[in-house]
Design a protein around this ligand. Structure first.
Ligand SMILES: Nc1nc2c(ncn2[C@@H]2O[C@H](COP(=O)(O)OP(=O)(O)O)[C@@H](O)[C@H]2O)c(=O)[nH]1
Ligand SMILES: [Mg+2]
Length: 290
C-alpha cells in the first residue's frame, strides 16, 4: 500500500478485524511511519484501548472517529490577521530549501488580496547572492519593494533598514527572509537572537510574528528543526509547505503536541496562489481519508 494515505492504511488494517496485540503493533508502526511521532502514537493507542474496554469503539467508523478526535485535540491553529493600523513584522524562518523565499512572495500576495496591503520584503538571507536575487525577482513580479544589501552583509542591519523604510513610507507589513543554515546550530541561534532583538527594539511585540516554514516531506527531522528555532526565538506559527506532494505533513502533529506552536498556512505548489490558510478539519480529512 505504498503511497496510500495513513487513513487508508488504518482502514485496511481494520478490515483484518480483531483488536489483537498484533493489530496495535501494526497500528503503532503506521502512525509512526505517518510522522505522527512515537509518543503521540503510543498515547493514542492507549486511549483507543481504553475506549474499546469501555465499549466506546465497536466498529470502523467509531475507531476512525476516535483517532480523528484525538488528533484534532492536539493540532493547534488560529486565523492570523495583520494589524491593518500598525506596522507588522513577520520573520520567516526555516532550514534551506523548505520554501521560505517562495512563501514570502505568497504571503505578500495573500496580504494584498485579503487586506489590500502592500508588503516590503527584506532580503535577510544574505548568505547567498542567489537568495537576494530570488527575493528581488519576486518583488519585481509582485510589484513590491525589496530592501537588500550585498551578499555577506549583516542580516540584522538589512532588516533594520527595511523597518525604517516601512516606517517612513507608512507601510504596514515587513516580511523578512533569513538564511536557514543549520550546520552550526550555535551560530544560527546567535544570529537569530540578534535579529530578534533588533526587531523587538523597533516594533511592538503584538505585531511581530516569527513563522517557521516546515516542508511536508521532511518527517521527524521537522520536529528537531522546530525545536531549534523555537529555542532561539519562540515561534508564533508554522507554515507547512509542499503539501501538494504525497506527504500529508503528519509532522505538524508532533510539533503542535511538543511545542504548542499553531499551524497557520499551507503551501500547495510553486505558484503565488498555491497558498491558503491551514484548516484543521480539511487537514484531518486528507490525513485520515474521512
Ligand atoms: N511543490 C511545491 N514546491 C514548493 C513549495 N514551496 C516552495 N517550493 C519549491 O521549493 C524550492 C525551494 O524553495 P525556496 O523558497 O527557494 O526555499 P528556501 O531555501 O527555504 O528559501 C523551490 O523550487 C520552490 O519552488 C510548495 O508549497 N510546493
Ligand atoms: Mg531562500
Amino acid at each position: 500500500m505504498a503511497g496510500s494515505s495513513l487513513g487508508l492504511k488504518i482502514k485496511n488494517l481494520l478490515t483484518r478485524g480483531k483488536f489483537s496485540e498484533e493489530f496495535f503493533e501494526d497500528l503503532e508502526d503506521l502512525l509512526i511511519e505517518g510522522d505522527i511521532g512515537a509518543v503521540t502514537a503510543f498515547e493514542l493507542i492507549a486511549q483507543i484501548k481504553t475506549d474499546i474496554k469501555n465499549k466506546k469503539i465497536s466498529d470502523v467508523s467509531d475507531f476512525m472517529f476516535i483517532v480523528k478526535k484525538y488528533l484534532s485535540d492536539i493540532i493547534l491553529s488560529y486565523e492570523y490577521s495583520p494589524d491593518v493600523d500598525n506596522l507588522n513584522v513577520i520573520l520567516i524562518l526555516g532550514v534551506n530549501g523548505v520554501g521560505k523565499t517562495t512563501t514570502i512572495a505568497k504571503l505578500a500576495q495573500y496580504f494584498k488580496n485579503e487586506y489590500k496591503l502592500d508588503s516590503i520584503l527584506s532580503a535577510g538571507d544574505t548568505f547567498r547572492a542567489a537568495a537576494i536575487d530570488q527575493l528581488m525577482y519576486h518583488g519585481d513580479k509582485l510589484n513590491m519593494r525589496v530592501v537588500h544589501q550585498q551578499t555577506g552583509s549583516d542580516p540584522g542591519a538589512v532588516i533594520y533598514d527595511t523597518i525604517e523604510s516601512a516606517v517612513s513610507r507608512n507601510s504596514k507589513i515587513v516580511i523578512a527572509d533569513t538564511a536557514g543554515r543549520m550546520h552550526n546550530r550555535e551560530n544560527l541561534v546567535k544570529e537569530l537572537k540578534k535579529i530578534d532583538k533588533i526587531i523587538k527594539s523597533k516594533t511592538s511585540e503584538d505585531t511581530y510574528k516569527k513563522f517557521l516554514v516546515i516542508d511536508a516531506t521532511t518527517g521527524q527531522n521537522g520536529l528537531r528543526q522546530a525545536e531549534s528555532f523555537n529555542d532561539a526565538v519562540n515561534l508564533d506559527g508554522i507554515i507547512l509547505t509542499k503539501y501538494d506532494s504525497s506527504s500529508k505533513g503528519g509532522i505538524i502533529i508532533s510539533i503542535c503536541r511538543d511545542l504548542k506552536v499553531p499551524v497557520l498556512f499551507l503551501g500547495t505548489g510553486e505558484k503565488y496562489d498555491d497558498f491558503s490558510r491551514f484548516n484543521k478539519e480539511d487537514f484531518l480529512h486528507d490525513l485520515l481519508n474521512m
